[in-house]
Write a protein of this length. Structure first.
Lengths: 298, 834, 163
């Protein structure tokens, strides 16, 4: 319950943070909201000897719409994203997911950048950026680059960020007019890690044809998973019963869940299928303009 | 004076509590808040091995850390000449019932492990430092060397021939054997139309109060007075137990239990840390504080409930249960003095539940394994017994194609049979079981749900209805133990007419101060706010057994009532001298003592008390000065001595609760939704209905936890898999369903107030009623529920296995709503086409 | 040992200045340095919410924040709710509805309720439950706490005041 001792730096710029990271490398960890890092330090599962607190860097906590796209600063809190006026209407998949991250106390201080950098296999933001095909801006004292969501995660708790790199922004493209999404999380109890969670974003024609689909899962493998085969299978098809069932099977096949106290591999695959079908239903209704409360898988 | 017999009375009213403002203002003080000058902080190193020989524990590097004042291993502490092994609890002797039944093996555990470690979490070493952060740093520097031994987690394997021995001297892994019988069970089985055999498992879980344990000890070397602040439900027994374990000549121990943040039985035990921290204060000569982390709590504070019942019932075709044989195997974990043995013996006594089953044998085997020790948890063995009998009723009903409530109604102890002596000895005080169940079913609209169920089944969906009636005996006494069978109270009216009450328990949230104040205010006709209650101080309060088994409502309130009446007698005696009138001509009300026939002849209560304290020359020879008494109330409805068949009346009051639950199951995820939950609760008269309702609701929440969410699994190496609140799923507010409450009032005939215990009953029903409901829902698939918790994974696995047997059925019964929606759209478009 | 840092924190309207080790958790700063014992430890995995306080107007689990991060921030703890010894309407409502038994989780519940009502003065029951979902209780079964928050919302609305 009590962390080990560390040297503490409170920085004011990304450059400062990056230089310190370059200098201390593996001995240093970045502290943003602390909602992922501090619990690990208290259990002494993470024992960085140097902490770089970026919480005071100004100008990175925005949530803005620019030409229809959503720009989220890395230090924006989960709560700030939820409070952004258009989120529920235009990016319902994101709203669903963020509303089930932890609890209000955690959402008030945990940051989007912090959550993504943590790369927890059960992390909801990971599935969100995959499903919405976001782009991540990464900065260091050496310059800036963009990573596609699909290229962001390397392994459990590991991203493609370089040692001296920080996330500064995540950009979500403007959703198509005919598209809607949903994210459902199956939990043993409220506020828990996911047993498994599924996000589905669909573009539907008026005739009920699925133009495009995007499907991602969390707590279904070592990293968040993009269900490529299921998504491409759905593209161009009418969403009939047998089509959705086949897509669900492919979703399950894309997962590599671990057996643990929340369920066996088989159970999690079955639950992923059930959640996928529920999520498709919600997405379809939303694409027809119906307001649907979602988020907790049943 | 007053309009009617109860008008103006506080007993029976739902008053808000006098304890609350202090808590709400953040001013209440709990053990973790205690701070003393010069105080040091302890951190405990715990075993990471489930079973191993300790080859070495080295604290040298920890001692070298700046800020560390001391560090000890078990081997070092064993050298302290006055340190004994942990004194036994709850039994005070090795043959408590003095009839060789139960037979119990003991082991001399010290407060830190010495030769072996026997469960993950067992205390092994301790570091004491100037702050807790440094103490934890010190733990990181301790080197331990264990020779790993094979771990046992399963009672069958632990009893198998050739199993490794956890306590080598024992020759086997059986700690306790107990047998109780009544009637003629063999004849019953000969008379049976049907014999039903089942194996039913009750899962391991525990109460996890939000406050973890804590101990602060301070030693005064000249007087050898040791003060221990402790999160304990039993201050006096702990003071005695510490004195018996730390046998320093002239050591006198005072235990203070400040406000306690929840107990539920987990703080009714004797823990190594209570000895360890006390000993450290003596050795180091500075106050020492230890606050349990939650991780420590999940492995170092007792678990409960893990039992296997191999049970047979002799039954007639009409559903009458003629007799039961039950073989009970309890998974005790390591053999520490926790009170778990008493719990499992209790299971053996109450398998008959609410039913008139007059032929019974119960054999209880307590098996040690390499798990956290088993102790008391709300329900205390009766919860396990009730789970089994309530499941068995439903199983019998299914077998005979009867409706489960009908089997219950047929077998209930009839109202006219009370007080009813059960087949194992306890005298059930009163009850209206049939009426409670019928009422619950009406409130639940049982018939309507059965009709609804038929509709669900036609659509291939799963809806189930469960019923149960659980009796939860309260106020326990046990020969040869610290549950000594009485409740003591000291009561004083001071010169200003204020009353101070010193009960012999401790308060974990039950509202004792408010309850006692209501009683005393009524008895002495003084204002509620003029009464102060001080509890939990083993020096200031008279010696007693503490708070457990919901006994305060039964014996605590009675002790307070009778003490108040004795005090009133003293008041009237002193007043009689002042008024020169016989005491039985006098009344006490509204701050005055007056002559009944002539109310003008009166004296102020304050004058009476002043006289008793300061004008004793006015009192006759033989009349004691002062207005202070100590009263010991003996529990009337108990029997100390067991007979040769093991029968004994250990509990004196029998609250109960009828429940009906309706659940809907999603077969794809195994999740369930509670559509209706009704509870009809009877705890006799209610001293404070607001407190009773709160207790019952909180207990139900515990029950839901154990029924659906909470479990403490171990892997085959004895590693606990749920060692934090991340993996132990306590229900949040989101998990508590809507509840329908009602109650009956069947008073306790043995006490003046007529109250029964109220705080445990709610824990017992939910696992049974929900298991019954789930099995009912899945009846078309032929699924049997044999354990709790009813996790979605467990339900889903049962459905999967059943489906393998019923191949050809559709894989989903919920349809495919998205597809249906779009199909509807298509049809609409087709209709709309010109 | 790591170099100490000077921090300046406002707690319940009063300014506190201290030198602290970076690893000192905010909850320990509140309890052991500022002497405010009303905030409690209930777990070690940021799960129970017993340590909930308000920081710069937002609810926070004080066990999952370092004191150094609170430098320059405004904190409200349970001790800051009552005014001149008079109970805050939320505290009154808890008292009326028997929304506490052992009281150990209560300060956290009060602060979460405070946060909820400061953001949403007219919450539905579903909103109230969401607002309390980050706080564990073992004694009450939660429903009286929900009733208390509902009642507090009405009280505050009637009085026309913010929490």
């Amino acid at each position: 319950m009590y962390p080990r001792a560390f040297e503490y730096f409170a920085v004011g710029t990304v450059r400062e943070a990056s230089e310190l990271l370059a200098h201390y490398a593996d001995e240093a960890r970045v502290l943003a909201g602390g909602q992922s890092l501090i619990p690990l330090m208290k259990l002494r599962l993470a024992n960085p000897s140097h902490i770089i607190d970026i919480g005071n860097i100004l100008g990175l906590d925005y949530v803005e719409e620019v030409d229809g796209a959503l720009h989220v600063g890395a230090l924006a809190t989960h709560a700030a994203v939820l409070e952004f006026a258009d989120v529920r209407e235009r990016w319902p998949l994101m709203a669903d997911a963020v509303s089930v991250i932890g609890d209000h106390q955690v959402r008030n201080w945990g940051t989007v950048g912090g959550a993504l950098a943590e790369a927890d296999p059960a992390g909801d933001w990971g599935a969100v950026i995959l499903a919405l095909k976001a782009r991540i801006r990464c900065a260091s004292s050496r310059g800036e680059r963009w990573l596609a969501a699909a290229d962001f995660f390397a392994d459990a708790y590991t991203t493609q960020l370089a040692t001296d790199e920080l996330i500064t922004e995540i950009v979500f493209r403007a959703p198509k007019r005919s598209s809607a999404g949903a994210y459902l999380k199956l939990e043993r109890r409220a506020g828990d890690f996911a047993v498994v969670s599924v996000g589905v974003q669909l573009s539907l024609t008026e005739a009920g044809l699925c133009e495009e689909a995007s499907i991602a899962l969390a707590a279904a493998g070592l990293t968040p998973i993009y269900a490529e085969e299921a998504a491409s299978f759905l593209a161009g098809k009418e969403l009939r019963s047998d089509v959705i069932d086949e897509a669900a099977r492919r979703v399950a096949a894309a997962t590599q869940p671990l057996s643990d106290i929340r369920g066996s591999e088989d159970y999690k695959r079955a639950a992923a299928q059930a959640l996928f079908k529920q999520a498709v239903e919600v997405a379809v209704r939303r694409s027809r303009g119906v307001t649907v409360e979602a988020a907790h898988g049943r | 004076m007053s309009a009617g017999p109860n008008a103006g009375k506080l007993v029976g009213t739902p008053m808000r509590r006098k304890e609350d403002p202090e808590i709400l203002l953040g001013q209440a003080r709990y053990t973790q808040d205690v701070s003393l000058p010069g105080m040091l902080h302890a951190a405990i190193l715990r075993s990471t091995s489930a079973h191993g020989r300790i080859d070495g524990v080295n604290v040298e590097r920890a001692l070298a850390l700046p800020g560390v004042v001391a560090a000890y291993t078990g081997a070092q502490l064993k050298e302290v000449p006055y340190l004994n092994p942990m004194a036994p609890f709850p039994f005070q002797s090795r043959d408590p019932f003095q009839k060789g039944n139960p037979t119990i093996k003991f082991f001399d555990h010290y407060c830190l492990a010495t030769d072996k470690v026997r469960f993950v979490g067992e205390p092994v070493a301790v570091v004491v430092a100037t702050d807790r952060y440094i103490a934890e740093d010190g733990l990181d520097l301790i080197e331990t060397d264990y020779e790993e031994l094979p771990a046992l987690v399963d009672t069958d394997r632990a009893q198998a021939a050739g199993a490794p021995l956890i306590y080598e001297d024992w020759g086997d892994n059986v700690m306790l054997k107990f047998r109780v019988s009544g009637g003629d069970v063999e004849q019953a089985f000969r008379d049976a139309d049907v014999v039903i055999k089942e194996e039913i498992h009750s899962g391991r879980f525990t109460g996890t109060p939000i406050e973890t344990r804590a101990v602060v000890a301070s030693f005064e070397a000249t007087t050898k007075n040791l003060t221990v602040w402790d999160t304990t439900q039993i201050p006096h027994p702990i003071s005695t137990l510490i004195e018996n374990t730390i046998a320093l000549p002239e050591l006198k121990v005072r235990v203070m239990a400040p406000r306690i943040g929840g107990g539920y039985g987990q703080k009714w035990s004797f823990y190594p840390e209570e000895v360890l921290i006390s000993l450290l204060a003596i050795l180091i000569r500075r106050p020492v504080k230890w606050v349990e982390t939650r991780r420590e709590h999940m492995v170092g504070t007792i678990h409960a409930r893990e039992q296997i019942h191999r049970i047979e019932a002799a039954v007639r075709k009409d559903g009458t249960i003629l007799g039961i044989k039950d073989h009970i195997f309890a998974n005790i974990g390591a053999a520490y003095p926790t009170g778990g043995l008493a719990s499992i013996v209790t299971t053996g006594m109450f398998v008959a539940g609410a039913y008139k089953i007059q032929n019974y044998t119960g054999e209880v085997t307590g098996v040690v394994t390499n798990k956290t020790p088993y102790g008391a948890h709300r329900g205390f063995g009766k919860s396990e017994a009730c789970f089994v009998i309530e499941r068995l009723i439903d199983i019998i009903a299914e077998h005979l194609s009867l409706d489960p409530p009908d089997v219950r109604l047929k077998n209930f102890i009839p109202p006219d049979d009370f007080p009813y002596v059960s087949v194992t000895g306890p005298r059930y005080d009163s009850g209206q079981y049939g009426r409670a169940l019928t009422k619950a079913m009406e409130l639940a609209e049982y018939s309507r749900w059965r009709a609804e169920q038929a509709r669900y089944r036609r659509e291939g969906k799963f809806l189930g209805i469960g019923t149960c009636l659980v009796v939860e005996p309260s106020s326990s006494t046990r020969m040869g133990s610290y549950n000594a069978g009485y409740y003591s109270v000291r009561m004083r009216m001071d010169p200003n007419g204020n009353v101070a009450v010193f009960p012999s328990g401790s308060d974990e949230g039950q509202g004792h101060a408010t309850s006692i104040s209501q009683l005393v205010a009524d008895e002495l006709s003084i204002p509620f706010d003029d009464i102060m209650v001080l509890e939990g101080d083993s020096l200031a309060c008279p010696y007693g057994s503490g708070s457990y088994s919901s006994r305060f409502s039964v014996v605590g309130t009675t002790a307070a009532t009778l003490a108040a009446r004795q005090l009133k007698e003293k008041i009237l005696n002193v007043a009689s001298v002042m008024l020169q009138k016989h005491a039985n001509l006098l009344e006490l009300a509204d701050g005055f003592v007056f002559v009944r026939e002539n109310q003008k002849e009166r004296v102020a209560l304050k004058e009476v008390s002043r006289t008793a304290y300061f004008s004793i020359f006015r009192l006759p020879e033989g009349m004691e000065p002062g207005l202070e008494i100590i009263y010991h109330y003996r529990d009337p409805n108990i029997e100390f001595h067991a007979d040769e068949r093991g029968r004994v009346a250990m509990f004196s009051s029998f609250p109960y609760d009828a429940e009906v639950a309706v659940v809907e199951i999603n077969p794809e995820t195994g999740t369930l939704k509670i559509l209706k939950f009704v509870t009809v609760h009877d705890c006799g008269n209610m001293l404070n209905p607001l407190i009773v309702r709160g207790q019952h609701l909180g207990a139900l929440a515990h029950g839901f936890g154990g029924a659906l969410y909470e479990e403490l699994p171990y892997d085959e190496n004895g590693q606990p898999l749920a060692a934090s609140f991340k993996d132990y799923f306590l229900p949040t507010v989101m998990e508590i369903p809507e509840l329908t409450f009602d109650h009956l009032v069947t008073p306790n005939p043995f006490t003046p107030g007529g109250f029964k215990g109220a705080g445990e009953t709610g824990t017992v029903g939910p696992p049974a009623v929900l298991a019954n409901a789930v099995e009912d829902a899945l009846r078309p698939l032929g699924i049997k529920i044999r354990q709790v918790p009813l996790s979605p994974m467990y339900i889903w696995s049962l459905i999967q296995s059943a489906r393998k047997r019923f191949s050809g059925r559709p894989t989903t019964h919920l349809g495919n709503s998205a597809a249906e929606l779009l199909e509807q759209e298509r049809r609409q478009r087709h209709r709309d086409l010109p | 040992m790591a170099a100490k840092r000077r921090i300046r924190v406002t707690i319940n309207g009063q300014i506190y200045e201290h030198e602290v080790e970076p690893r000192l958790l905010l909850i320990d700063y509140l309890r052991d340095v500022a002497g405010l014992l009303g905030t409690h430890y209930g777990c070690d995995t940021t799960s129970c919410g017993a340590c909930t306080i308000i920081v710069d107007g937002r609810s926070a689990k004080s066990c999952t924040r370092f004191a150094v991060q609170a430098d320059g921030q405004e904190i409200l703890t349970v001790e800051g709710l009552a005014c001149d010894g008079r109970l805050h309407p939320i505290q009154e409502a808890f008292w009326e509805h028997h929304a506490l038994q052992c009281g150990f989780c209560t300060s956290g519940m009060l602060m979460s309720a405070y946060f909820l009502l400061s953001k949403n003065p007219n919450p539905t029951d579903a909103d109230i439950k969401q607002g309390l979902a980050g706080n564990l209780c073992r004694c009450t079964g939660y429903l009286p706490i929900v009733a208390a928050v509902r009642s507090a919302a009405e009280k505050l609305t009637t009085k026309g005041r913010k929490p």
